[in-house]
Ligand binder design. Structure first.
Ligand code: SF4
Length: 320
């Protein structure tokens, strides 16, 4: 069986393999809502939020700040056990809103409570690139010496024009600074991207692999654009549909294979596509396809091409 540079036979550098190497088995993330807000909602950079944002779409039902963090973890573990998911261990996933957007005393209280839970072996912290002060990074570096800590940055686009249009409230230089800060503090950092934002094209996203390959990114998570009901983006889509690229399923599978071929094989692929309950979607051509099927289809496409992540990436130049 062929073995790729990351050390297993899958055609992309999968997060499950990375976890196997780190922990010795599959780690289940347990999402929690710690009651944070975000600067794009409380008036610091904006009040309406990013135009596509609907936190309810991806927050599991057990996950609410009305419960203690410990209770959310207990309920989350039960939720996964009831679905017969028997992982090697659990990581607390601070997912909703911006999970470093609070004074250090509050962060300490929340992260320490979670780390007291006997089943939790580390933290995955989703946040915005403009919510990582030097003081926060110092604290996370201290935590990282005690336990596994991964940072997940909402990046969404590599282009300032798009970041303005979707009202992110930060530019791409802010992303570069946040990633450099994480590297300086020895924190593994990942980025979340959305393919399909208005004004961008598949050719742009393939070209963006050059930018991404040159950054200190440990893992990448990407989603096809999902337009949620009632968001400003739904209205924008109705008015300017031609500005959007909504993938069909077959096209997305081919695109992801193209994207992976250009990507540095050192980058771990945390997620290939988004999956939310269909009731939240205003527009979708393939909402009823399960995530496992998307992964299998991308792997089948890579196999059909006899290709793999980084096949046309030139490590010496940093460019494909
Ligand atoms: S996507 Fe994140 S940063 Fe944007 S409004 Fe929603 S929670 Fe805030």
């Amino acid at each position: 069986m062929e073995c790729y540079p990351w050390g297993d036979s899958r055609r992309f550098h999968s997060h499950s393999h990375f976890m196997q190497m780190q922990f010795g088995g599959r780690m289940q993330r347990v999402a929690i809502d710690a009651g944070f807000t975000c600067p794009n909602r409380d008036g610091t950079t904006g009040t309406g939020g990013c135009t596509y944002c609907l936190n309810a779409a991806f927050n599991p039902s057990y996950c609410t700040p009305k419960k203690s963090l410990t209770q959310q973890i207990d309920d989350g573990i039960l939720f996964h056990r009831n679905r017969r998911r028997e992982p090697y261990g659990y990581l607390a996933y601070f997912q909703a809103y911006s999970n470093t957007y609070a004074p250090i005393s509050v962060l300490k209280e929340k992260f320490e409570e979670v780390l007291q839970h006997p089943e939790i072996q580390g933290l995955v912290i989703a946040t915005r690139p403009d919510c990582l002060s030097e003081e926060t990074l110092d604290y996370l570096e201290y935590l990282q010496k005690r336990t596994y800590v991964a940072i997940e940055l909402g990046v969404e686009s590599c282009r300032d024009e798009t970041l303005r249009r979707i009202r992110r409230g930060h530019d791409f230089d802010c992303v570069r600074r946040a990633l450099a800060g994480c590297r300086k503090h020895h924190l593994p950092a990942g980025a979340h991207l959305i393919f399909g934002l208005p004004g961008e094209t598949p050719a742009d996203w393939l070209a963006d692999t050059d930018t991404l390959n040159a950054l200190p990114i440990l893992h990448l998570k990407f989603h096809q654009l999902q337009i949620f009901k009632g968001t400003p983006m739904e209205h924008e889509y109705r008015e300017k549909t031609a500005d959007f690229h909504i993938f069909t399923f077959e096209e997305y599978v081919e695109f992801i294979a193209d994207f992976l071929e250009r990507l540095n094989p050192d980058i771990v692929i945390d997620r290939l596509a988004g999956e939310v309950p269909p009731r939240y979607l205003a527009v979708s051509h393939w909402h009823n396809i399960h995530y496992d099927e998307i992964v299998k289809s991308v792997e089948a496409e890579l196999e059909r091409r006899d290709s793999w992540q980084g096949k046309i990436y030139d490590k010496k130049s940093g460019h494909f």
